[in-house]
Design a protein around this ligand. Structure first.
Ligand code: CP3
Length: 344
């Protein structure tokens, strides 16, 4: 059975570009909110395989995307290795911050696979419920992005706690990154064993890293994870999504060894076609604001992306996650535009 998404990631442009949307499962869907209310909290939903599998499949049933993304979160890793992680309504993630060596000593990457067994069960149930021509994507957060939440204790505006700690105590910060590399590599390989056919590494806050630390905090840890996963399962494509890195995208591709990259909204389709697509398949990059607005604005922006990038290996997606106030009808319309697109 052909799979347009896996073909695109292997460098083959098919009759039409495949698509999926970051955060395609979530609060903008009433059927998600219904199941979310049945769970006692967000992490409980992530660790309830039957419910998590259902919400993974919801956007596939509605929009017939070419790929489903496992319903979980990047912050299950700190939870698995022993940090206290909560999700507070209206606030987002709240973690007991890791601030030094004593906190690091409490973290244990060896717990990862046991703790996340329910997530692997979700992967198995989703794969069993998906048609053959829809691929299943597993994912993780990159060490830098996960570390920002661990050290800041939640979302941050300026990343001052993590940056000052990482600069002042380089060796200690490297220990945290090593723990995350080990735990995340095990986590991704186990997702593949359970049925994930491609992986995406989210480095949402890569753009906040100082240029002189980019190699050590973004490229090196991601490269270690890619190497670790590839040595176990060389056949599974890995998409790197490092937001806000601008001109360092080419260095990121070459340095990390990812098979494809997700594009943020700062690069034009023409620039991506000229500079990035000759190096590897690209995925992106409609700004989610256009999806929220819908109508002609959305259609024109989507068509420009398709006309410019769909001639080469390309996966249509957004530039970051769907906003919770997005009307599902706009998502439906966007899916239709991609599905009906023909080269002109
Ligand atoms: O459909 C999918 O994309 C799959 C599931 C998924 C979620 N989070 C579910 C989720 C994925 C791939 C993520 C990734 C994630 N999580 C990232 C990287 C991508 C990005 O969005 O930048 C980050 C930084 C996180 C951390 C995180 N999780 C935050 C900051 C928040 C709170 C903000 C918010 O949107 O509520 C979450 C919670 C979260 N993760 C929700 C969902 C559907 C909403 C929680 C709820 O339902 O109450």
């Amino acid at each position: 059975m052909t799979n347009l998404f896996l073909d695109a990631l292997s460098g083959v442009a098919g009759p039409r570009p495949p698509f999926w949307f970051m955060r395609q499962a979530g609060r903008y869907l009433p059927e998600y909110r219904e199941i979310r209310e049945q769970a006692s909290g967000f992490l409980d939903l992530c660790y309830s395989p039957e419910r998590a599998a259902r919400v993974t499949l919801q956007p596939i049933e509605r929009f017939h995307a070419d790929a489903a993304i496992l319903f979980s979160d990047i912050l299950v890793i700190p939870d698995a290795i022993g940090q206290e992680v909560g999700f507070v309504e209206g606030t987002g993630p709240v973690l007991t911050p890791v601030t030094g060596g004593a906190d690091l000593a409490k973290l244990d990457p060896v717990r990862t696979l046991d703790h996340l067994a329910p997530v692997f069960e979700t992967v198995r149930q989703v794969r069993a419920g998906l048609p053959d021509d829809v691929a299943l994507i597993g994912f993780c957060g990159a060490p830098w992005t996960v570390a920002t939440y661990m050290v800041e204790g939640g979302s941050s505006r300026d990343f001052s706690a993590i940056k000052s700690w990482a600069v002042r105590e380089r060796a200690e910060f490297a220990v945290l990154m090593d723990i995350l590399v080990e735990s995340t590599t095990d986590y991704l390989i186990a997702q593949i064993e359970a049925g994930a056919q491609a992986l995406q590494v989210f480095d949402t806050w890569a753009g906040a890293v100082p240029a002189n630390d980019f190699d050590s905090w973004v490229i090196a840890p991601t490269a270690l994870i890619v190497d670790g996963v590839k040595s176990a399962r060389p056949d599974v494509p890995i998409i790197g999504f490092a937001r806000g890195i601008g001109d360092r995208l080419e260095a990121y591709i070459r340095g990390t060894g990812v098979d494809a990259v997700g594009l943020d909204a700062a690069i034009t389709p023409a620039e991506a076609a000229a500079k990035i697509q000759p190096i590897c398949p690209v995925q992106g990059n409609l700004d989610p604001a256009y999806l929220m607005v819908g109508g002609a604005e959305m259609e024109e922006a989507a068509k420009e992306i398709l006309d410019t990038l769909a001639g080469g290996p390309f996966v249509f997606n957004l530039a970051h996650g769907i906003h919770k106030d997005t009307p599902p009808a706009h998502v439906e319309r966007l899916a239709e535009i991609v599905r009906r697109w023909v080269a002109s």
